[in-house]
Design a protein around this ligand. Structure first.
Ligand code: PEP
Ligand code: MG
Length: 924
């Protein structure tokens, strides 16, 4: 057994062709997405041109060994090549009947357009004549040849310019030739023009690179293989991997495949299709094609392709065959696929299939529909939706009144294809670098390009919306925009863009850099000026109640998915909220309690800040108590409001946490105003400000240290909480307050505050003649608290991990200042992810694990949760599930995401252990 595994690992080349493949669809890790798709399609009998895949292991070896190949690879490649020759009845490098190859990248996770591809490989001055003779089409043969030389020059000899304004030397030669011939399109050049171009291209290579274009097909092949492996480490591939968390260690595979030609005349063509609509998820075949074109023409967005239905008229036989392929692939993969195909002289060939990228809307609709169609289970549906995709459904749409006004006022500039749904308004920029720069200074921008290319990836990411003049629904802009969840309109042919002038003319209207436009990615409309946005359909049903569930299919799909998520998950989901309206939003999104109510936020409302400042400025306890007495009724009303909304759900209220000086005035003007309002002299305020100054306030007089030194603050807060709880209970609501003490590092700190809480609560119960059940617990946000959690759990009834502070204190990294240098850490791969967003499992996570185990070792009923920002992060949620927490708590808008992430965590670990189930019964 062991031997067969190691033999498998050592295998470098996997052949496919003739209905048989060495690999299959489960081998993405070794074959990459494209390679495993080709193998699988071959195995299920679809028409795939034969070829072979050089595995990702070779890529790893290549970079670990100074860009060299493992021993024995060459022989295996030759062997695989011979097999392709046999199947195709052609010979590589043969002048009579030459085999031509494509060489393409293909990583485990798709990285559209980020790496390199070379087509028509094997052509040289002698084989091109063989191609002419075989095809009896000199123009086609020389067009293929000049394309190959250009690609080889661009990719292998790295002649493609990297600066955005530089011109590609081959394109410049081509343009000159067209001018000389007085023609507009490439297609108008004759065979002899193309033959001349071949000579000119070769001369260009010799003069700029000092080498000859290699005539030897074997040398061409190894040059191309090396270039494709090398492209794994090009700048844009690295940037893309960063954006999507794809590890550099995965590597790419290289697929070498027999060429088929979509540019052999009017009975040839090429296209890309989706088995369903990738923007909306509608169950309809969706795709685009171009006749007499090569595959790259469709994806690159150079010509705007035709909708797939038109293929029915042009070639009903191939169209019918494609429909059958669609069905076969969907049934086989049980997921929406995208596919690439080529038609060569009326014959259909499949060149790629993979699980298709889709918008959040489409992902949810497809998953829900496929459950209804009996293709997948509810659990599988849950596993297929990335939690962050739910964000798409919650994204704003344009205010319909404002939009109608804009349309009536003739502000509709043009209409393009609706590639990425949603509404975006922003300032126009015409290149990616500007998009990054403008967004960096806080502007909302719409990136407008003739077409996008992989170099634009950072700009696309920075922009709020993407608009292109060319390209279809499968163009680079559409694919990448959709994946990023951007509002995106493509193929808007009316845009007449003038890059040097940084402006565009659209149907006679001039739009300059910095002008505001609005794009509607759901309809494809491009509108001049700003338009206000309003909440998504889901929010309109849930919050504004301006839409009924019956009239929103998007809402109904969302609700169905969420009901499955709730059925599967074990973790409860609470919210961080400190106002009744926030609580309402969170409940509408499915929150099951409050995990963190930060009372300090309440101190800023209305004129209560004056009373807070008076309390802080007081010298004596009695002075403080006088000011606190003013705050008490206001705090009580806050809590009454919250308890009323939250009803019988648990509500965790934290006692005062931030350093006191955060509440004090800072400017002279503010100081003067305060002085006259509370009757304390300006000098006195200055004096107190100086006294309160701390060098390191985050590690200073804050958290429970405030309530210990000034117990009257905790007393007032506890009184407000318990009085509010009693009064709402009198209204018939079964309230569940949980009082949480922040920044505890030593059990004695908690003992001190716990005593105080219980004393005050008892007093209130006596006074009000009613009592409520409540808990006292603590945040675990200091390493010492985690390490001594057993001692702390002897007092605490619950732990809530304050992972913002716990990350800060574990790394010794200021949460307020780290942004300045953390980016550098990511760039240098010192840290892979922002530890303030996703829990650092090895360090901070280890403390969480230790703390939880120690806590539970002395208190079996200890309720454990998390309320730091990480509580809304899917990876952290999975970790909390693994630690068997009772709940996660996050901001209201992340509640649906957390519900889904919690369900996915459960589905993934198949978490049906009895221990887990028992705990759930007392969770929450
Ligand atoms: C925390 O530290 O994680 C926390 C929730 O508290 P705050 O962010 O208010 O410090
Ligand atoms: Mg904290």
């Amino acid at each position: 057994m062991k031997r067969s595994v190691s033999r498998k690992q050592a295998r470098y080349v996997y052949s496919f062709g003739g209905r048989k493949a060495d690999g299959n669809g489960t081998m993405k890790e070794i074959l990459g997405g494209k390679g495993s798709g080709l193998a699988e399609m071959t195995n299920i009998g679809l028409p795939v041109p034969p070829g072979f895949t050089i595995s990702t292991n070779v890529c790893t070896h290549y970079f670990e060994h100074d860009r060299s190949y493992p021993k024995g690879l060459e022989a295996k490649v030759v062997q695989a090549l011979r097999a392709v020759e046999k199947l195709q009845k052609k010979k590589f490098g043969d002048r009579g009947n030459p085999l031509l190859l494509s060489v393409r990248s293909g990583a485990r996770s798709s990285m559209p357009g980020m790496m390199d591809t070379i087509l028509n490989l094997g052509l040289n001055d002698s084989t091109v004549e063989g191609l002419v003779a075989r095809t009896r089409n000199e123009r086609f043969a020389y067009d293929s040849y000049r394309r190959f030389i250009q690609m080889y020059g661009d990719v292998v000899l790295r002649m493609k310019p990297s600066a955005k304004d530089d011109v590609n030397p081959f394109e410049a030669i081509m343009e000159r030739k067209k001018k000389e011939r007085g023609v507009e399109h490439d297609i108008d050049l004759t065979a002899s023009d193309l033959r001349e171009l071949v000579g000119l291209f070769k001369r260009e290579i010799r003069s700029t690179r000092g080498v000859d274009f290699p005539e030897d097909p074997v040398e061409q092949l190894w040059g191309a293989i090396g270039a494709v492996f090398g492209s794994w480490m090009n700048e844009r591939a690295i940037a893309y991997r960063k954006l999507y968390d794809i590890p550099g260690s995965w590597g790419t595979a290289v697929n070498v495949q027999s060429m088929v030609f979509g540019n052999m005349g009017d009975d040839s063509g090429t296209g890309v299709a989706f088995t369903r609509n990738p923007a909306t998820g509608e169950n309809a075949f969706y795709g685009e094609f171009l006749m007499n074109a090569q595959g790259e023409d469709v994806v690159a967005g150079i010509r705007t392709p035709l909708p797939i239905e038109q293929l029915r008229e042009k070639n009903p036989k191939v169209y019918g065959q494609l429909l059958r392929v669609r069905q076969t692939l969907e049934r086989h993969y049980r997921d929406m696929q995208d596919l690439e195909f080529t038609i060569q002289e009326g014959m259909l060939y499949m060149l790629q299939t993979r699980a298709a990228k889709r918008t959040g809307f489409a992902a949810i609709r497809i998953a829900v529909d496929m459950v209804d169609e009996g293709l997948i289970s509810e659990k599988e549906a849950i596993g297929r939706i990335e939690p962050d995709q739910l964000n798409h459904l919650l994204r704003p749409v344009f205010d319909s009144d404002q939009k109608s006004v804009a349309l009536r006022n003739d502000r509709l500039l043009a209409k393009g294809l609706n590639a990425g749904p949603g509404a975006a308004t922003g300032k126009v920029v015409f290149n990616a670098a500007d998009a990054v720069q403008w967004a960096g200074r806080g502007e909302k921008v719409i990136l407008v390009r003739v077409e996008t290319s992989p170099e634009d990836i950072k700009g696309m990411s920075a922009a709020d919306g993407i608009l292109t003049a060319r390209g279809g629904m499968t163009s680079h802009a559409a694919l990448v925009g959709r994946q990023m969840g951007k509002v995106c309109v493509v193929g808007c042919g009316a845009l007449n863009i003038d890059y040097p002038r940084r402006s565009m003319n659209v149907n006679g209207k001039q739009v300059r850099e910095g002008d505001a436009i609005s794009i509607d990615g759901t309809t494809g409309e491009v509108i001049l000026g700003e338009i206000e946005t309003r909440p998504s359909e889901v929010l309109q049903v849930l919050l504004a109640k301006t839409l009924s569930p019956a009239s929103s299919s998007v809402y109904r799909q969302y609700a169905k998915l969420m009901s499955w998520a709730d059925r599967f998950r074990r973790l409860r989901v609470r919210t961080n909220a400190d106002q009744p309206d926030q609580c309402e939003v969170a409940i509408a999104f499915g929150a099951e309690g409050i995990g963190l109510c930060r009372t300090e936020h309440m101190f800023f409302g209305g004129d209560r800040i004056d009373a807070v400042r008076e309390m802080i400025l007081a010298d004596t306890e009695s002075g403080r108590r006088k000011a606190l007495a003013k705050l008490l009724p206001m705090q009580r009303e806050d809590f009454v409001g919250i308890f009323r909304v939250m009803k019988d759900r648990p509500v965790t209220v934290r006692t005062l946490d931030p350093p006191l000086h955060e509440f004090l005035p800072h400017t002279e003007k503010e100081i003067e105003v305060l002085s006259s309002r509370i009757g304390v002299s300006v000098e006195k305020i200055h004096q107190r400000l100086n006294q309160l100054h701390e060098f390191n306030p985050m590690l200073g007089h804050r958290g429970c240290r405030l309530g210990i030194v000034f117990p009257e603050i905790t007393e007032m807060q506890v009184r407000a909480i318990i009085e509010a709880a009693c009064s709402v209970k009198k209204e018939g609501v079964n309230v569940h307050p949980e009082i949480m003490i922040p920044l505890v590092g030593h059990v004695n700190e908690l003992k001190n505050q716990d005593r105080l809480v219980r004393t005050v609560a008892k007093q209130v119960f006596v006074e009000s003649g009613i009592s409520v059940d409540y808990l006292v617990g603590t945040m675990i946000e200091l390493p010492r608290a985690a390490l001594t959690a057993d001692e702390i759990a002897s007092v605490a009834e619950f732990f809530s991990y304050g992972t913002n502070d716990l990350t800060q204190t574990t790394f010794g990294l200021s949460r307020d200042d780290a942004g300045v240098f953390l980016q550098k850490y990511f760039d240098m791969n010192i840290l892979e992810r922002d530890p303030f967003q996703t829990i650092d499992r090895e360090g901070v996570g280890l403390l969480m694990k230790i703390g939880t185990e120690k806590g539970r070792s002395v208190n079996k009923k200890l309720k454990v949760g998390i309320c730091g920002e990480h509580g809304g992060d899917p990876s952290t949620i999975e970790f909390c599930h693994q630690l068997d927490f009772a709940y996660v708590s996050c901001s209201p808008f992340r509640v649906p995401i957390a519900r889904l992430a919690a369900a996915r965590a459960m589905v993934r670990d198949n978490g049906t252990s009895r221990k887990a189930r028992t705990r759930r019964s007392r969770a929450g």
